[in-house]
Design a protein around this ligand. Structure first.
Ligand SMILES: CC(C)(COP(=O)(O)OP(=O)(O)OC[C@H]1O[C@@H](n2cnc3c(N)ncnc32)[C@H](O)[C@@H]1OP(=O)(O)O)[C@@H](O)C(=O)NCCC(=O)NCCS
Length: 197
């Protein structure tokens, strides 16, 4: 009798781990996170600094979610949905770690919180959670954030998560048709190794 043919199963796509903190859970995006993306698309700034188009429809929001899930398999970065611990099924934002400069020890972080969940400390907690995890990754020497100096909610969240302001990069980033100043914030993973004798 012939042995039944064994079908090779495709490897599951790698996804970010689930990180649980005091207030938030960071987890992979799900199709049910649609409402968060639709709300983010009505924010004046988020469509200018992310790939969420202003006023996106359901199909466009699902396409954004798929792009987030594809980032790690493509080697581009980790993209987490931010949820509150008390209702981890509902996304309230996004936080991501870009791998573009991973070979030189640098990770760039980006984040947003949907407008109806702001000013509750969620960005600060999400950023602290992501950066605490990221500094334990073997390749991370330095985590960076670029923040417009007037974006007080963002730089306050950054400082509470242990990032230090290093200076302002003038006319650094095109956002919404103007070349904007950006403050560089960074957190270093470990003290530099002592010089050898
Ligand atoms: C910036 C953003 C992520 C902040 O999210 P949030 O969840 O409201 O932030 P938090 O509640 O954690 O607030 C952190 C601190 O900033 C303060 N804060 C928040 N929004 C603020 C605002 N609009 N003006 C002044 N202070 C603000 C909070 O009171 C808190 O202060 P504290 O450290 O003294 O307690 C959110 O406004 C957002 O998504 N904006 C659009 C996208 C964006 O700017 N992303 C960051 C790009 S660098």
């Amino acid at each position: 009798m012939q042995e039944p043919e064994v079908q090779a199963q495709p490897e599951p796509e790698p996804q970010p781990p689930e990180l649980t903190a005091r207030r938030v859970v960071l987890r992979p995006f799900r199709d049910t996170d649609l409402d968060a993306v639709l709300e983010a698309a009505d924010d004046p700034l988020i469509p200018l600094i992310t790939s969420i188009p202003s006023g996106v429809d359901t199909a466009g929001a699902l396409a954004y979610i798929t792009r987030q899930r594809n980032r790690l398999p493509a080697g581009l970065g980790y993209s987490f949905a931010v949820a509150e611990r008390r209702d981890a099924a509902m996304a309230v934002g996004q936080v991501g770690l870009c791998l573009r400069d991973a070979d030189i020890g640098r990770g760039r972080i980006r984040y947003w919180i949907r407008p109806s969940f702001r000013r509750q400390g969620l960005a600060a907690d999400a950023l602290a959670t992501l950066s605490e995890w990221a500094v334990s990754l073997p390749w991370v020497r330095r985590l960076e954030l670029l923040i417009e100096p007037a974006n007080e909610g963002s730089w306050r969240a950054a400082e509470s998560a242990g990032f230090q302001r290093e200076g302002v990069l003038r006319a650094f980033q095109p956002i919404g048709g103007t070349q904007r100043d950006m403050a560089m914030y960074a957190r270093i993973s470990a003290p530099a190794a002592p010089p050898e004798d």
